[in-house]
Ligand binder design. Structure first.
Ligand code: UT7
Length: 319
C-alpha cells in the first residue's frame, strides 16, 4: 500500500505588507536590505479575527475540493503549527470541528518550519501501516502574532498563511522516501522562549534568532537530507522535476539547489511574495505551482524543510 497526494489547497490572508510598508511603520530597515539578504518583497498578515484554524480551514476546503472527496472520508488530520489557536485543544481538533466532521484521529505536530515535512511523513506511515486511508495534512501559521516589531532582524522575515494536502491510500506509488531529524542541542539559535503560567506570560513570547547561525545550519542539513532521501529511493537528483524547499531565504534556497545540481528553473519559490510562513511555506508553494500548471501528475517532487528545534527533513514523492 502506498500513500499519494490527491489534492492540494492553500490560503493567504488578504492583507499584504510590503517592505516599504514596514519602513513606513517605523521598522529600521530598507527594501534594498531585505531584498538583497532574503529575497523577500512582501508577506501576508492575518486580520485580528483570523486564527491558525481559520487559515487552515480555507486551505483544507480547497484541498478537499481538489481531491474530490467528501470531508467525511478523512480519517486522519495532522496539523503542523507553532502558532496554535490555544494551548489546548489542538488546532487539528478545532479544524475538525470547523470542517463539521468528527471521529477521525486528529493531532498537532510541533516541528516549527519542518512541521509540514514531519506531518506528511507521519501521515504516510499511518497510511502504509493500514490503520488509516485518507489523511488531511496541514501547515498553518499566524507568525505575525509572535513577532517583535522592534526586532528588525526577525520581524521582516515572516508572514501568515496555510497550505493543505489530502494524502490517500493508493496502489500507485506516491511518497517514495522520507527522513526526519532533530538536534535539540541547537534549540537556542531559533526559539520563542515564553509560556503562560499562573495566568501570566512568562519568558519572552517573541521569535528570537541568531540569523547567521541558522543560515549556516540550514544550508548544511538541507543538502544532506535531500541526498539522504534520494539515496533511500535509489534515485539521483537528475530525476527531481521540482524542488519545493522551505521558503525562508532565497540565498538558502539557491545554495541548496546548487548543491543538488538543480537549476533554479526546477525550484518553486514564493519567498518573495509570502516571506517565511514556517510550517505553511512548503504546502503553500506546492499548491501555487500545482494551480499555475507547473507541477503535473507524475512529476517527481522533493519537499524539504528546516526549522527551530533544530529540526529538518525531506520527502521525495511522485505527484
Ligand atoms: O525558517 C528558518 C528561520 N530562519 C532562517 O532561515 C533565517 C536564516 N538567516 C538569515 O536568513 C539571515 O541570517 C538574515 C536574513 C536573518 C540576516 O542576514 P545576514 O546577512 O546574516 O545579516 P546579519 O544578521 O549578519 O546582520 C548584518 C547587519 C547587522 O548590522 P551590523 O552589525 O553589520 O551593523 C544587522 O544589525 O545587518 C543588520 N540588520 C539589518 N539591517 C537592515 C539586521 N536586520 C536588518 C534589517 N534591515 N531588517
Amino acid at each position: 500500500m502506498h500513500a499519494r497526494i490527491t489534492g492540494t489547497g492553500s490560503y493567504l490572508p488578504t492583507t499584504a505588507l510590503t517592505n516599504y510598508d514596514l519602513v513606513a511603520r517605523g521598522v529600521q530597515t530598507s527594501d534594498e536590505w531585505i531584498v538583497e539578504r532574503t529575497g523577500i518583497r512582501s508577506r501576508h498578515i492575518a486580520d485580528d479575527s483570523q486564527k491558525a484554524s481559520d487559515l487552515a480551514l480555507a486551505a483544507s476546503l480547497r484541498a478537499i475540493a481538489a481531491a474530490e472527496i467528501p470531508a467525511e472520508k478523512i480519517d486522519l488530520i495532522i496539523l503542523a503549527t507553532s502558532t496554535p489557536d490555544y494551548i489546548f485543544p489542538s488546532t487539528a481538533c478545532l479544524l475538525q470541528s470547523k470542517l463539521g466532521v468528527s471521529g477521525a484521529t486528529a493531532f498537532d505536530v510541533q516541528a516549527v518550519c519542518s512541521g509540514f515535512v514531519y506531518a506528511l511523513t507521519i501521515a504516510e506511515k499511518f497510511i502504509r501501516s493500514g490503520s488509516h486511508r485518507c489523511a488531511l495534512v496541514v501547515g498553518t501559521e499566524v507568525f505575525s502574532r509572535i513577532l517583535d516589531w522592534n526586532d528588525r532582524g526577525t520581524c521582516v522575515l515572516f508572514g501568515d498563511g496555510a497550505g493543505a494536502i489530502i494524502l490517500e491510500a493508493s496502489e500507485e506509488p506516491g511518497i517514495l522516501a522520507s527522513a526526519m531529524h532533530a538536534d535539540g542541542s541547537q534549540h537556542g539559535i531559533l526559539e520563542v522562549p515564553g509560556n503562560v503560567s499562573g495566568g501570566k506570560v512568562v519568558g519572552h513570547p517573541f521569535v528570537k534568532m541568531d540569523g547567521p547561525a541558522v543560515f549556516k545550519f540550514a544550508v548544511k542539513v538541507l543538502a544532506e537530507v535531500a541526498q539522504e532521501v534520494l539515496q533511500k529511493a535509489g534515485m539521483d537528483s537528475a530525476a527531481v522535476d521540482w524542488l519545493i524547499p522551505h521558503q525562508a531565504n532565497i540565498r538558502i534556497i539557491q545554495s541548496t539547489a546548487k548543491k543538488l545540481g538543480l537549476p533554479m528553473e526546477k525550484v518553486v519559490t514564493t519567498v518573495d511574495r509570502h516571506g517565511n510562513t514556517s510550517a505553511a511555506s512548503i504546502p503553500l508553494a506546492l499548491d501555487i505551482a500545482v494551480m499555475d500548471g507547473r507541477i503535473k501528475r507524475g512529476d517527481t517532487l522533493m519537499l524539504e524543510g528546516v526549522g527551530g528545534g533544530f529540526t529538518w527533513g525531506a520527502v521525495l514523492l511522485k505527484f
